[in-house]
Design a protein around this ligand. Structure first.
Ligand SMILES: Nc1ncnc2c1ncn2[C@@H]1O[C@H](COP(=O)(O)OP(=O)(O)OP(=O)(O)O)[C@@H](O)[C@H]1O
Length: 131
């Protein structure tokens, strides 16, 4: 994680303007993509799924289901990353049974979202391929 602020005083007060909130949210997006290999893998998978969707000419409702599935998985990955950082901040990488439980349950939420995406993918592409 890059914690170098180029000598500037880091901001710890609330954002005052929308563009400030947006800039920090985009910085968070880049930070997550830079550090999380799982997130980068999910983006590649999502791009492949979108390519297949274009190839099989999915309907309006099928696209809706696929887009929802992709964003639910990404949201779960982002929250999992947040929880991992929070736990590391709290226990400073020391072993703690509760830290393990929190991280494992958080990882389980990603697994559940991935199962949902897989089911949606099977239903949508199964229908598109065999009909
Ligand atoms: N402080 C800790 N105390 C106890 N167990 C921990 C601790 N930190 C990590 N673990 C265990 O190691 C696993 C991996 O932790 P880590 O923070 O590296 O997640 P990760 O490999 O980035 O997970 P993911 O694959 O979901 O991104 C956790 O699921 C947990 O079982």
């Amino acid at each position: 994680m890059n914690l170098d602020y180029n000598g500037k005083k880091p901001q710890t007060s609330k954002n005052k303007y929308f563009w400030q909130s947006l800039r920090h949210a985009i910085a968070g997006l880049f930070a997550a993509f830079k550090t999380e290999a799982n997130l980068r893998r999910d983006i590649w998978l999502a791009l492949i799924v979108v390519g297949l969707g274009i190839y099989y000419q999915l309907t309006y409702l099928e696209w809706l289901a696929i887009i929802l599935a992709i964003f639910i998985v990404l949201m779960a990955e982002f929250w999992n990353t947040v929880i991992e950082y929070l736990v590391d901040l709290l226990v400073d990488h020391q072993f703690h049974p509760l830290a393990k439980q929190i991280k494992d349950i958080s990882a389980a939420s990603v697994l559940i979202s991935a199962i949902l995406a897989l089911l949606i993918g099977i239903i949508v592409f199964g229908h598109a391929i065999f009909n």
